[in-house]
Design a protein around this ligand. Structure first.
Ligand SMILES: [Zn+2]
Ligand SMILES: [Zn+2]
Length: 185
């Protein structure tokens, strides 16, 4: 293989990877500021670029799909959320079920199950991680995955977990109160 044949494609790939990462950062900023439609648009662009430069079933694509899935959850687009979160989980779980990425993706799948009224399934998803690691259900929480035994759970449904009462209050007002129900045992 000649040197030019080696260098040019790798330079292009590096530029594409940089642009995709920049798009992803902009998408995340739009998501955090509540501009969900802009976040959706930018994540879709980032995913397209990442798929072209690194392939469809890579961790970098899965990470963006997981974040896009979270945006779709907030938009109430259940089918799109499910499609992206399941594709993300298939790749992320192979790299280790105890990672923060895996815990957050499981939490988002659990919130999707809550929206479908499947509280038992939601709990099972949250408890499905290695070493009983769970992400706090407040999506704004910046704490990393935590062990289940140090988390607080919703005293009513006992299906959802938080790092603190502050996070529980935020998620209750913004989301969980719509889905919380006493599970049938
Ligand atoms: Zn928290
Ligand atoms: Zn509850």
């Amino acid at each position: 293989m000649s040197i030019t044949a080696q260098v040019n494609p790798s330079v292009n790939a590096a530029v594409a990877a940089f642009e995709a990462s920049d798009l992803n950062t902009q998408a995340y900023q739009a998501q955090r500021s509540g501009n969900l439609q802009e976040a959706e648009r930018l994540y879709l662009l980032a995913i397209e670029l990442k798929e072209r430069s690194s392939g469809p079933n890579t961790m970098t694509v899965a990470t963006s799909r997981g974040m896009l899935g979270e945006v779709y959850l907030k938009m109430g687009k259940i089918e799109e959320a499910e499609d992206n979160l399941k594709k993300a989980m298939a790749v992320i779980s192979e790299s280790g079920a105890s990672s923060f990425n895996a815990a957050v993706t499981r939490e988002n799948l659990a919130q999707l199950a809550e929206m479908k009224g499947e509280m038992g399934e939601a709990k099972a998803l949250r408890l499905g991680g290695a070493s009983h690691t769970v992400a706090c259900a407040n999506s704004e929480c910046t704490r990393q995955r935590l062990r289940i035994d140090v988390l607080k759970q919703c005293s009513n449904c006992k299906s959802v977990y938080y790092c603190s009462e502050t996070c529980q209050r935020i998620d209750w007002r913004g989301r969980h109160k719509r889905y919380c129900s006493t599970p049938t045992r």
